[in-house]
Ligand binder design. Structure first.
Ligand code: ATP
Ligand code: MG
Length: 713
């Protein structure tokens, strides 16, 4: 095991302490994820367990894939695929796939994504006659999610009597319908796995026995249900290793509870605790900046990371005129960086909110730079894709009403809203699925013409189902596109949008082909499963493209160059709270988020903000983020033009130091010149040297920045 040398003393200790509970509490880039990876390799190599005895939890599917790859490089064992390296959700889905029948679901359940969930909630609102204006759907959705994460059932709420009774009603109905559809939402995956274990001690024991070693990455962002699941599973062997960083807890809005990590030692009172303090990822400058920012949080365990890495470049700060200028700056810089040899996939563009991606997407496309938006996997949410997925879901489970109603008239087959309404009412009355109703009672309940159309639809579904039995996923998709005439309809349209839709469906086929290549379980069921579970990510890691993502999505990742954008008050930090206590808590979480963002960078960190931004279509001036000012000025270098290339970084640095203009200069700024008086900056040259100013009295003049001594006013 030569590779054990690739660990420092503390890391090694963590890897070798395989027995008993272990907590690794350490800052960003200190090798926590590496500890988990090497620990698994060590366990396998020493023969302490078989792959099937290991359960490793990562925060994203992407992280899981990466971890598997790394372990494979360290050890070669048989039956590697029997090892569980996955997210909580995937692990639970896998358990329920085998056991759901024990709690009244069937094992071929479907998983509802966010959209399905909102759709179903809407239906609950309607059925209960609750006005959406009165009670916000998103609020209820969040509440229900919180209940499930806290393992609170609908009947528990009634007992407590604290919650709005309407929310309780909705929660109850929502769960009832899910069960009827044989579906789980994301929170259910955990909720019902725990319920399964609680009500079936023998099943719990089976899994306790199986998972001899349990490892959890990013433990600071686990919620109560996740904690409890791990707690249950670890009771037998107690070989539980969790790693995390309280400074990187950034999901409290989704019910994550940082106390899980802080109280680990209480729950497992013989736990060993190892701290790692050496950072291997970032330059001294970047790490110092991160340390300086996070130390402003009052509620934290003090710790300070250090590194042997070089000082590195200063952190660049670009004050943009507006969000378009910001996006152009980022794109032009990236173009230069790529030209100077940096791999696109080593560049990350981070932002606080998803909506910010659009400007970057536009600017990057304009410069013909390959990019990938990670995290907002809009692809599978597009209408045409969801339509086809609905057909696929009906193949697996014809009683999935939500999918059935989605496509009953898509493409158009003359089944109108009133017929659909009638189907809903009747199936409810008889307590059967819409599909059963149509099949068993269609002829009785509908007039001849309607029945004819409905019957045609049912036969279509049955045809597809029968033929699909012997086909691969790719073939099944093609079959659906063909039989439903979906593709034909799109292609015969003259609408450009429809053409685009057809392209997206081709893309879906490619995605399925990729799925078949990569997965052992190539069933349609598993395909749908993997889509539902990839809700926050995609296959980005394999492509050499610039990565665009929110800071949340960047957790655990690292890049040579990071552009951290939109550093403005009101955007990052993004504060919503009204009262001061909540506001302080939120500000601390935003600061942790900023800490996560900064520590993603290995070599270069570039910060940007816009002096003006269109918000809800209104052009308004902005103030730069307090986080920028928390980084001591000595680490920061303001720049006014796009980065040239890596080699010229030094020269840029020198030039800018010479001109020692400490103020923020950007296009649009009003400045004062000793001789020419007051003027407005029209443009800045690429090499940082020249500035074009429109002076009130003297008109346009080109000046050398290093001599002009301009003062911003
Ligand atoms: P985060 O908190 O961001 O998740 P982490 O603590 O999980 O970070 P890793 O991602 O495991 O940190 O490690 C950060 C980087 O440092 C990786 O590139 C990793 O390969 C490298 N690294 C970790 N430990 C060592 C070591 N002992 N020697 C050399 N490189 C190391
Ligand atoms: Mg990590």
């Amino acid at each position: 095991m030569e590779w054990l040398k690739e660990l420092n003393q503390q890391q090694l200790e963590a890897v070798l302490s395989t027995e008993g509970p272990l907590l690794v509490l350490a800052g960003a880039g200190s090798g926590k994820t590496r500890v988990i990876t090497y620990r698994i390799a060590y366990i396998l190599n020493m023969g302490l367990a078989k792959p099937s005895n290991i359960l490793a939890i990562t925060f994203t599917n992407k992280a899981a894939d990466e971890m598997k790859e790394r372990i494979k490089r360290l050890v070669s064992v048989e039956s590697f695929s029997e090892m569980w390296v996955s997210t909580f959700h995937s692990a639970c889905a896998r358990i329920l796939r085998m056991e759901a029948h024990n709690i009244g679901f069937s094992n071929n359940f479907i998983i509802f994504d966010m959209q399905d969930r909102h759709q179903l909630l809407k239906e609950c609102f309607e059925r209960l006659n609750i006005d959406e204006d009165r009670l916000e759907l998103r609020y209820v959705s969040r509440q229900i999610s919180n209940f499930k994460n806290m393992l609170i059932s609908p009947s528990d709420i009634y007992k407590e009597g604290k919650t709005d009774p309407r929310v309780a009603e909705i929660y109850k109905l929502y769960n009832k319908l899910l069960k009827e559809y044989n579906a789980f939402d994301f929170d259910d995956l955990l909720y019902y796995t725990i319920m399964l274990f609680r009500t079936n001690p023998d099943i719990l024991e089976k899994y306790q026995q199986k998972f001899r070693y349990i490892l959890v990455d990013e433990y600071q962002d686990t919620n109560y249900a996740q904690f409890y699941l791990i707690y249950l599973l670890a009771q037998k062997h107690r070989n539980i290793c969790v790693v995390g960083d309280d400074d990187q807890s950034i999901y409290s809005f989704r019910g994550a509870n940082v106390r899980n990590i802080l109280e680990f030692e209480k729950v497992f009172n013989d736990a060993k605790v190892i701290k790692l303090e050496k950072n291997y990822r970032s330059t001294k400058t970047i790490l110092s900046a991160a340390n300086e920012v996070i130390k402003n949080n009052i509620h934290r365990k003090p710790k300070r990371l250090w590194t042997e890495n070089s000082e590195g470049e200063k952190i660049y700060l670009y004050p943009a005129f507006d969000e378009v200028d910001e996006a152009n700056f980022v794109s032009m810089s990236i173009k230069n960086l790529i030209q100077s040899g940096i791999k696109p996939s080593e560049i990350g563009v981070l932002y606080r909110t998803n909506a910010q991606s659009l400007n970057f997407e536009n600017a990057l496309s304009a410069h013909a730079i390959p990019y990938k938006v990670v995290g907002s996997l809009r692809f599978f949410e597009r209408k045409e894709v969801k339509d086809i997925l609905a057909y696929l879901r009906l193949i697996v489970n014809p009683h999935d009403n939500l999918s059935l109603f989605r496509v009953i008239n898509v493409p158009k087959r003359g089944i109108g809203p009133s017929t659909v309404e009638k189907i809903k009412v009747l199936s409810d009355e008889y307590g059967i699925s819409a599909y059963s109703l149509l099949k068993e009672r269609g002829v009785l309940e509908f007039d001849r013409r309607t029945y004819f159309k409905l019957n045609e639809f049912v036969s279509l579904l049955e045809d597809i189902r029968t033929e699909a039995e012997t086909k691969s996923v790719v073939e099944v998709i093609k079959l659906v596109l063909d039989k439903t005439k979906y593709m034909e309809t799109l292609l015969s349209s003259k609408n450009e949008e429809d053409f685009q839709r057809a392209k997206n469906l081709e893309q879906l086929i490619s995605a399925a082909a990729m799925f078949e290549e990569e997965n052992e379980d190539k069933s349609l069921q598993n395909f749908l499963n993997s889509i539902a579970l990839s809700f926050e990510e995609d296959d980005a890691q394999k492509e050499d493209k610039v990565m665009l993502m929110t800071v949340h999505a960047a957790k655990g990742l690292e890049f040579d160059v990071v552009f951290l954008t939109g550093l403005e008050e009101g955007l990052f930090p993004l504060l919503r709270a009204e009262d001061t206590i909540e506001m302080e808590e939120e500000l601390e979480e935003e600061r942790r988020l900023c800490y996560v963002a900064i520590t993603r960078a290995k070599k270069f960190l570039v910060l940007t903000y816009a002096n003006n931004r269109r918000v809800f279509g209104r052009f308004s001036s902005r103030q730069r983020s307090c986080f920028v000012d928390e980084i001591p000025a000595k680490y920061i270098q303001q720049i006014y033009t796009p980065l040239r290339n890596v080699n010229s970084f030094d020269t840029q640095l020198n030039k800018s130091q010479q001109n020692s203009t400490k103020t923020t200069l950007a296009v649009g700024d009003i400045i004062q010149h000793n001789k020419f008086g007051i003027g407005k900056i029209l443009s800045l040259s690429e090499d940082l040297n020249e500035v074009l100013v429109d002076f009130e009295k003297y008109g346009q003049k080109r000046l050398l920045l290093s001599y002009a001594n301009l003062k911003k006013i």
